[in-house]
Design a protein around this ligand. Structure first.
Ligand code: DAH
Length: 338
């Protein structure tokens, strides 16, 4: 006669066989193999069996448990497979795929790449600094006194903790000099921020490439020569470049850079594209204070610096009439530069 455990096994196998879904299968599993299930109950009973029966029943119990576990696993796998093929059957693999549109570089990004490439050929390395700055890097170290209008709350985005969104990329001049001794030749592309009303030519966020060259005997002739070269590379060899006296706190003398070319608006107008000048000794002294040495001794080192308005340059080069177009994500606009 069959052992009661064998009867239990056959009964359980029949139930597993007739389960119609995963849930029914789980119910059966719990009924037999769960913590309070009948197979587990047999495990408990083992303790009460006479010594000589224990090995025989123990072995049988293991076999039954394994057989049920295997049957349940096989069945579960079958259900899963059915489910998946049901989903797959609904997919028509003969349909054409969904095309993904390939994007292109933003015109401002393209403008930056062109500019960076020209400066790299002239030996400039890339430097960078954060958009969120301290007043030290944005103003104090750049010889900009507390009563300077650029520091006005109406003109600048301050955070409650006293930090601010940098109003120009000149901050990176200071960061670069603090972290490396001269000679130094770096450009720093990036965003800058001012509380300007948004209109066709002003935006509260705009972009600059900052440049700084410090060495022994750097002269204003170097500055003019390199910026002229840059403008001609960008706008064409017939481009005229003009330097007009100006004022910036961190340079002395300071100049504004204008370009004129037949290719630009018919060549009738001088267009302002940059600020520049010879690094003010007070800037070197501020850097020395932060460095705690005389690394940038103004008696020994001289330098020039410049800041290019990249939005302006891109607008001129690509004949874009409105600065707001850069930030509107209008594909009709962006696709023209793809
Ligand atoms: N930081 C100035 C601005 O945003 C531009 C500028 C002028 C940068 C002269 C310079 C410089 O490095 O030497 O208006």
């Amino acid at each position: 006669m069959a052992h009661p455990l064998e009867q239990l096994r056959d009964e359980a196998l029949r139930e597993i066989e007739s389960a119609t879904d995963e849930q029914a299968l789980e119910t059966t599993r719990v009924k037999y193999l769960g913590r309070t299930g009948s197979i587990s109950a047999w495990g408990e009973q083992m303790k009460t069996l006479p010594k000589e029966e224990k090995p025989v029943v123990g072995k049988l119990l293991n076999e039954v448990r394994n057989a049920l576990t295997a049957a349940i696993e096989t069945h579960t796998a079958q259900f899963r497979l059915q489910k998946e093929s049901g989903v797959l059957a609904k997919i028509d693999i003969s349909l054409p795929g969904t095309p993904h549109e390939i994007g292109s570089l933003h015109p401002l990004h393209q403008m930056h790449e062109r500019g960076i490439q020209i400066f790299r050929r002239m030996g400039f390395a890339l430097a960078e600094g954060p958009d969120l700055e301290t007043e030290w890097y944005c103003f104090d170290a750049l010889n900009t006194p507390p009563d300077h209008p650029a520091r006005n709350e109406q003109d600048t985005f301050y955070l409650p903790d006293g930090r601010l969104l940098r109003t120009h990329t000149s901050t990176v001049q200071i960061r670069a000099m603090e972290s490396a001794p001269p000679p130094l030749r770096v450009i720093a592309p990036g965003a800058a921020y001012r509380r300007d009303e948004l209109d066709a030519t002003h935006s509260p966020q705009f972009h600059q490439i900052e440049g700084l060259y410090v060495d022994e005997d750097v002269s204003i002739a170097d500055l003019k020569g390199e910026l002229e070269f840059f403008m001609r590379e960008l706008f064409g060899s017939e481009t005229e470049v003009q330097f007009r006296p100006h004022y910036f706190p961190f340079t002395e003398p300071s100049l504004e850079v204008y370009v004129r070319s037949k290719a630009l608006k018919g060549g009738e107008q001088w267009i302002e594209v940059a600020g520049c000048g010879m690094v003010h000794p007070a800037v070197f002294e501020a850097v020395n204070k932060a460095r705690g040495d005389k690394g940038y001794d103004p008696e020994k080192w001289s330098g020039y610096a410049f800041g290019l308005g990249m939005d302006r340059l891109a607008m001129i080069l690509f004949e874009i009439p409105d600065i707001r177009l850069f930030a509107q994500n209008d594909l009709r606009f962006l696709k023209q530069f793809a």
